[in-house]
Design a protein. Structure first.
Length: 135
């Protein structure tokens, strides 16, 4: 029992401290980046970190309560993460010309395709669920 007490204290501190939660989320992100570099994986380390966080949450090693405040803070301040991208656009005037319009069109069409595909998949899944739930 004495051995589990520090873990409970750490868990309680994690629930109260938004900074500790943000640090824990950043640590998982960094672990994903390091794993990608060490293993030579062909996708971003953030994706590996996201999978690692999903694994930690689904196995119960990390409780959602212990990272909720930190995650809400990061999502709430997400606009700040896009400031460098906006500054990069300002440094490349060609993105504001015909090339930029083409890029904007591609992003817009891609977003619409994803939204329509998701809506179709949800609709078909719901219809399948209703059809099989009645029987």
């Amino acid at each position: 029992m004495l051995r589990l007490r520090p873990v409970r204290v750490l868990h309680a501190q994690m629930q109260r401290s938004r900074a500790a939660q943000v640090a824990a989320l950043a640590a998982v992100w960094l672990a994903g980046n390091q794993a990608t570099r060490l293993l030579g994986l062909p996708f971003p380390g953030a994706i590996v970190g996201l999978g690692l966080m999903l694994l930690l949450l689904s196995t119960g090693w990390v409780s959602p309560v212990s990272v909720r405040r930190g995650a809400r803070f990061l999502i709430g301040e997400m606009l700040l993460f896009f400031v460098p991208a906006v500054l990069a656009v300002m440094n490349h005037a060609e993105w504001l010309s015909l090339t930029g319009l083409k890029l904007f069109g591609a992003v817009l069409l891609g977003t619409l395709a994803v939204m329509l595909g998701t809506a179709l998949a949800v609709d078909l899944s719901y219809r399948w669920w209703v059809r099989h739930a009645v029987r």
